[in-house]
Design a protein around this ligand. Sequence first.
Ligand code: FHN
Length: 612
Amino acid sequence: MNPYQLSTRNMKKEKIIAALLALMIGLTANTQTMDEMWESRSSGEEHPNVQWFKDAKFGMFIHWGLYSHLGGEWNGKRYYGSGEWIMNQARIPVKEYEAAAKGFNPVNFDAEEWAQLAKDAGMKYMVITAKHHEGFAMYKSSVSDFNIVDATPYHKDPMKALSEAVRKRGIQFGFYYSQFQDWYEPNGGKNTWDFNESEKDYQKYYNEKAIPQLKEIMTNYGPLGIVWFDTPGGLTKEQTKEFISDLRALQPQALFSSRVGHGLGDYRDYGDSEMPAFPIAGAWESIYTHNDSWGFIKHDMNFKTPEVIIRLLSEAASKGGNLMLNVGPDGLGNIPAYSASFLRSVGKWLTLNGESIYGTTQGLIPPQQWGVSTSKQGKQYLHVWEKPTDGKLLIPNFGATPTRIYTLVGNRDLAWENRGTDLWIDIGDFPQDIPHNVVVLAYQDAAPVTDVGSPIVVSDKYNKASVLDAVYGKPHGGAKLESLTHSHYYGDWKHTNCIVGMASVADSTLFQVKVVAEGVYQVALEYACPQASADQEAVLDIDGERFLFRTLETAEYNRKTPLLFIEHNVATITFHSSQRYNIKIIPLRNGKELFKLKSIVIRPVRTLASAD
Ligand code: FHN
């Protein structure tokens, strides 16, 4: 039995069960949390066609729809954050939104140009919105007239040309499809301003629109690399299984994103703009916007620079995953000029340094003050984001014997020295700036073992402080690591890992550091502290030396506002070189959570004597 026909079955008992089920699903769909919408579990089974995805590392996400034509403005009012949510934000009635399609005419759309941009950027796959939550199909659909061919003066199907242009360049092509949210349909998820959610028949919507449309995109556009589902809802696990097995039969090679729901996808997607804290086994992807919004907004000019994108890309690769970066073309079909030029710049870096990204696996050297690493057989690629002022790069506890160390660009040999278990590489006058920022460490023996728990190096040889991120703390008792989601404005999600739950004398968090240079340092705690937690006494214990402090108020934690952190200087201390220190935070009384700890920041104090 097809689960989507439950509500149309003729049997009385099943009708009652179906109605109850629909009601239950309706209730849960209304109270769906962001984490459920960002379902990041995958099936755990290796899809036979997943290797291309694991090797690809860099993809292009494109949000393009009727909202792109509106560009963040409705009835003279400007909207910020997520342009593709304008129908929801402005509570635009279906009839008025539908009328807007009459002005959508992307005459500048050029499939070859878009595909070539992805190629020039070094992207190996592309995923574009076939239908977003607004319910408008960006391809010729026979299921609903609310599509670009039938409802706009453009009258052409851009997806035909794009899928061909992309595939022709050896790039995998995929579609995004919002399977549950459809604000255009009376029975689709989440339009609460025109329709009553509790009266909706999601099964009917799935049967009559979502599934037939998914079948269209999986039938009419050649082999798809990916079907990128988003914001699951309205279906049980069993129903989802049935629905995707029908689709899988159409294209067994296509990978399904984890947002298909219920842990049934082929690879993991994290929350919007979320990078996991640690390396993750299996196929996964981080998704980021290029500017602030996914869909085009005319007044959104906050573009990530090429350097920021390269760091994100190498960070994802260092943890074993991919970066899919979004661009939001406008209503005429132009990709924003800064997106195009910054992406081409990233492409130039990849032309020179692609060996350190494509086909790599997670780095075996834990993140250092200088940057991160990626791996290939017998090689570690060191992505040097910050150059030490003395030109000496430390690889702590490197458990293999180097055979050669050289710059990836220019292929220049670099000298190195072993001191105990540490490896010191002399990067000398090697420029730190992109594109010259990758060092190759070739080695013999077995691969060194990653130990994220090993002490964090504190050095005075960088122009920035040593930051001991919360993820490297060892929480004890009720303390634990938690990823806190918050936003700077509508739809602009941030995720910060913090140690939370230090609320009694039995709770603590320990950081272990290894100090490279002797000297005086200041130790600050970076935390968020709501009013209820403020004014509590605690101790920062550094190898038995106790520094007392009282927590300072910042602001309340709320998912919808910025999470404010303070850097609270707590200790001035003399560290000795090559020594390991245990740094521990312990509440002095039982009661409330101390704060949400983001990091410990250690800064060398430059005295006149040391500046001589
Ligand atoms: O609501 C959407 C949003 O508009 C955008 O499409 C992102 C991309 O991951 N997905 C949903 C929210 O997570």
